[in-house]
Design a protein around this ligand. Sequence first.
Ligand SMILES: *[C@@H]1O[C@H](CO)[C@@H](O)[C@H](O)[C@H]1NC(C)=O
Ligand SMILES: [Zn+2]
Length: 310
Amino acid sequence: MRLTVTLAACSILAARSVRGWGAIGHETVGYVAMKFLSPKALSFVQSSLGSEYSESLGPAAPWADDVRFEAAFSWSAPFHFVDAEDNPPTSCSVEQMRDCSSGTCILSAIANYTTRVVDISLSTEQRQEALKFIDHFIGDIGQPLHVEAVEVGGNDINAVCNGERTNLHAVWDSGIINIFLKAQYSNSAIVWANALAQRIQTGEFKSLTSTWLSCSSTTEPVNNRRRSIEDDINGLVSDATITPLECPLVWARESNAYDCSFVFSYTGFSDLCTSSYATGAQPIIEEQIAKQGYRLAAWLNVLFDGSTGL
Ligand SMILES: *[C@@H]1O[C@H](CO)[C@@H](O)[C@H](O)[C@H]1NC(C)=O
Ligand SMILES: [Zn+2]
């Protein structure tokens, strides 16, 4: 057990420098979701993840990043993002046909693992794997640079974070988070998740939650705002072929819109994790993490309990 933990810690460090909310961001999405699960969804999560993951979506969320660089899981690497071929900050957009025509991107991955997690013909292990992928990808899709092709999602854009040389993608995955986590949340994903859940239940996010679940974003034309999480999941589960889903596409467009409104507004020589850029980024990151945690719960609730219950 000790050996497993050490190996996992090493691979997290290796993975963190490349892509994906860092482990902290993913864990926080999972811990937020745990606060909003309906009874059957919660019961499946607990029994599927078991003691290895403390029966929680929090500790299970980084798994997909831990394994993506292992040869046995290299096929899963393209599932962590969608390369939107847009032109930030001038114009932002995500198009299923243009950006995911190969069917190997985060949009199709969410559909695939949503069907698999409830497929009783699969093994317990395969369904746990599907759950861990959903847990992770519903987090990743909220990271604006996971929904952007420019410079490999910002991985090839040099940046300075807290005095160290890094890249823009890493600044968004973990650089800015690490600083405010320490300053405001006792350096703990659980403390941060509790604070976000509180804001959802009684605070500044409460009035936003119905729009978070409606699968419509303010950047969408009104006549496109038609699907719900229930529509997406009912369509998927009744149809053997994996058809494009509306909600993940809307979520992707919403995070991608931040590439035009904020992410690419950096100035080359400032320290992006300690300057006004970080101050501007923090509310975006906190809302994205809270929102994706809430959406993850809603997604699983519809799958296992038949409605969001939220
Ligand atoms: C769906 O998931 C399975 C199991 O991980 C994988 O082998 C398959 O390639 C996936 N299919 C698609 C279309 O992503
Ligand atoms: Zn990832």
